[in-house]
Design a protein around this ligand. Sequence first.
Ligand SMILES: NC(=O)c1ccc[n+]([C@@H]2O[C@H](COP(=O)([O-])OP(=O)(O)OC[C@H]3O[C@@H](n4cnc5c(N)ncnc54)[C@H](OP(=O)(O)O)[C@@H]3O)[C@@H](O)[C@H]2O)c1
Length: 322
Amino acid sequence: MAHGSLLSSILVWLGVLSLISYVIGILDALYVYLQPSQLHRYLHPDKNGRPAWALVTGASDGIGRAFSFELAARGFNVVLHGRNQAKLDGVRQELLARHGPSQEFRILIADAKDCSQETLAKITRQLADINLTVLVNNAGGAPESKTFGTLDEYSNRQVTETVHVNALFPTLLLGELMPMLARNAPSLALSVGSVTDHGLPLLSFYGASKAFFWVIATSAARENKMVQRDIEVLHLRIGLVTGVAAVQQPPTLFVPHASHLAKVALARVGCGRIVVTPYWGHLVQAESMAMLPEWVQAIFYVHALKDLQENGMNSGLVASKK
Ligand SMILES: NC(=O)c1ccc[n+]([C@@H]2O[C@H](COP(=O)([O-])OP(=O)(O)OC[C@H]3O[C@@H](n4cnc5c(N)ncnc54)[C@H](OP(=O)(O)O)[C@@H]3O)[C@@H](O)[C@H]2O)c1
């Protein structure tokens, strides 16, 4: 009898503790979403009165293009980085039509596959005359010729270039521009990551390169704290987004448009985290998957990625664990 009541008390307390930890988890997640954006902190002139600029890599299309429009709408001058002059000219003309002549937009051409010191120094030189306070490391993507495949199906060159564009280029750019961001502080370094960063089939080195930059961003944020640099580092984990070069399906609850993604990402600035899933639909997908046992997740991923490989990105569904 005494044993029975002890056991039921233990079970009740375990239940209460689980409930409390579950509620704390939900409140913690909600806190990130309910915080007002602190982006305005970075819209400040420097001591010479020069206005604030943002650099967006991969600004010619998709999410980078959307970030450029959102940042311009919030008063930033924007450096549009990419590799295709004609596409960037088009984006610049659209921005000038909306925000010129009170705001400026300039183009910076550099292939992100080229991670040489020479290229990075050239980028820095082109930014030397402006008050850069925001960096959005966005350029990236899976191999252009084949989004989904097993590791052995890719050439040495495809793997190397994908890792360069998604991992090395943003890493070296962040390191190269950190002194400039420190001089112009308070400043912000955003990076566009992916929920595919934890070992999904058919996306091995693309996902791994996003995981690489997650770690870089986390270390950089902690280093900034350590050396008391007022540079916010915020890494964004995102799921499937439409309105980008490879995905043009109508937006759904779980597949937002790039322009909405950029809006909610900027809304998360100043949330106090280093890594965040800015869009709630992607968070729900990620958290639901995280609750499942690993073997169930594996079944789901094999099925979902096979479907994407066979039917293309516009067929729809990618979910993920935390
Ligand atoms: N869309 C999604 O579902 C999704 C999900 C998770 C993460 N992401 C990430 O979001 C970021 C933006 O992707 P997106 O979906 O917006 O794709 P996108 O529409 O293809 O845009 C990619 C941008 O990066 C540029 N870029 C690619 N390779 C480059 C290179 N070697 N040098 C210079 N610029 C280069 C592209 O330039 P061009 O116009 O010349 O091609 C374009 O401006 C990427 O980092 C991607 O990994 C996307």
